[in-house]
Design a protein around this ligand. Structure first.
Ligand code: FES
Ligand SMILES: [Fe+2]
Length: 400
């Protein structure tokens, strides 16, 4: 992010004025905690949306193979000449950044006879990708550039066998792809305001401090749910970030704004009162949390000194994988920063892994037992049914 000339660059935190106008407007709409009034509502969703294999097959065909999904934060491949394999969506993928800085998404399958080009999911700094089987070599832009003993092929044109491209786009510091090479590349789901917000939060320029994969026995939407509501925070997290622990948050609903199918929740932390914003020197992230739920399966949450990016990838109706990334402004370059980041990474893995994700698994198991015919949502959970309306509208359109 670039600072305006009259604004000195701060390390470890940003002032309110560095945010987008839209983010500032949302922050100004946060009431004092004791004046926050959640709506009253009762919404229901059938347990079938979490348990049914048929419902999952529809989501897969109409959303996860048809619409853009996040594959990684841009910071995963910060420099030109980087490539990484990605196996989270059940399709073998390669993500590369070519020497011009352009990001590409390919199937991780050699166009000779299909061998995986890269087997692990470790980021490589390579100028070309060479197949382990017969050493066909590809550029990071996907062109086939080298074929051993090429003269033994009759009438062969290398230009006809590039890597298989998938539609791909970088927006607001996230790499999005459409996971079907034959799908029509419809990017209308991406939202300019969200991209602008992320630029103001520095997402495109930040650094991946930590990355961890979680494998969960829960429907992917049950994993999304705790990031769409604040109802559970004082309760599930009572001993960690809640009132008996670090006591970071108030028991209030956030200011929720919709941008197309995406939701932005802006909330005051426990220490928030409107007057704190009068001091231009504050790190606004120490008082305000921004939580973005990007359709369909990505969560971005700010903390005072880092940003969490979570991509929740369904395996089937009852299993999910989560790629958790902790982004920091830069790599730690002093022991104090290293200690702060390491401690934060340990805490956040514990809170998300052992509390939120565990709750998702426990819910899935309970719903699968037949305990209730539907799940009900109150005014403290209002963004959850709104999120489901988005999924339902996309699937209804696809069915037309
Ligand atoms: S399968 Fe890749 S070079 Fe033969
Ligand atoms: Fe939570």
């Amino acid at each position: 992010m670039t600072d305006s000339p009259d604004q000195p660059r701060r390390r470890y935190g940003i002032p309110l004025s560095a945010l987008s106008e839209s983010q500032i407007d949302a922050i100004r709409r946060i009431p004092r905690h004791d004046q926050a009034k959640p709506p009253r509502l009762l919404e229901r969703r059938s347990v079938d949306i979490f348990l049914s294999g048929d419902y999952w097959q529809m989501e897969k065909a109409q959303i996860f193979r048809a619409k853009p999904v996040v594959v990684a934060p841009s910071a995963r491949l910060p420099d030109p000449g980087m490539v990484v394999a990605h196996d989270g969506y059940g399709i073998p993928l390669l993500i590369s950044r070519d020497k011009k800085g352009q990001v590409h998404l390919f199937l991780n399958a050699c166009t000779h006879k299909g061998a995986a080009l890269i087997e692990d999911c470790v980021v490589k700094k390579w100028s070309t990708i060479s197949c382990p089987y017969h050493a066909w070599t590809f550029g990071l832009d996907g062109r086939l550039i080298g074929v051993p003993r090429e003269e033994t092929y009759a009438d062969f044109d290398k230009g006809t066998r590039p890597l298989t491209h998938l539609p791909c786009r970088e927006s607001g510091g996230l790499i999005w792809g459409i996971l079907d090479p034959r799908a029509e590349a419809d990017w209308s789901i991406l939202d300019d305001q969200i991209a602008s917000d992320f630029e103001h939060l520095g997402l495109p320029d930040w650094h991946v401090y930590g990355h961890r994969r979680f494998d969960l026995d829960a429907n992917w939407k049950l994993v999304m749910e705790p990031f769409l509501e604040g109802y559970h925070v004082q309760r599930l997290h009572v001993n960690s970030i809640g009132p008996q622990g670090m006591d970071m948050f108030a028991d209030v609903v956030s200011v929720a704004d919709r941008f197309g199918l995406h939701t932005r929740q802006t909330s005051g932390r426990g220490n928030y009162a409107p007057e704190v914003l009068d001091d231009p020197a504050i790190n606004v992230r120490s008082y305000i949390t921004h939580a973005y739920n990007l359709f369909p399966n990505t969560v971005v949450i700010t903390s005072p000194y880092y940003t969490s990016v979570m991509v929740i990838m369904p395996v089937d109706e009852g299993r999910s994988r989560v790629d958790y990334y902790m982004l920091t402004e830069s790599a730690p370059d002093n022991p104090k920063a290293e200690e702060l980041y390491a401690r934060s990474f340990a805490i956040i893995q514990d809170v998300f892994g052992n509390e939120d994700f565990k709750a998702s698994e426990l819910c899935h198991r309970g719903l699968a037992s037949g305990a209730v015919p539907d799940v009900i949502y109150c005014g403290m959970e209002a963004p959850i049914p709104q999120f489901y309306e988005g999924i339902e509208s996309v699937m209804a359109k696809a069915a037309e």
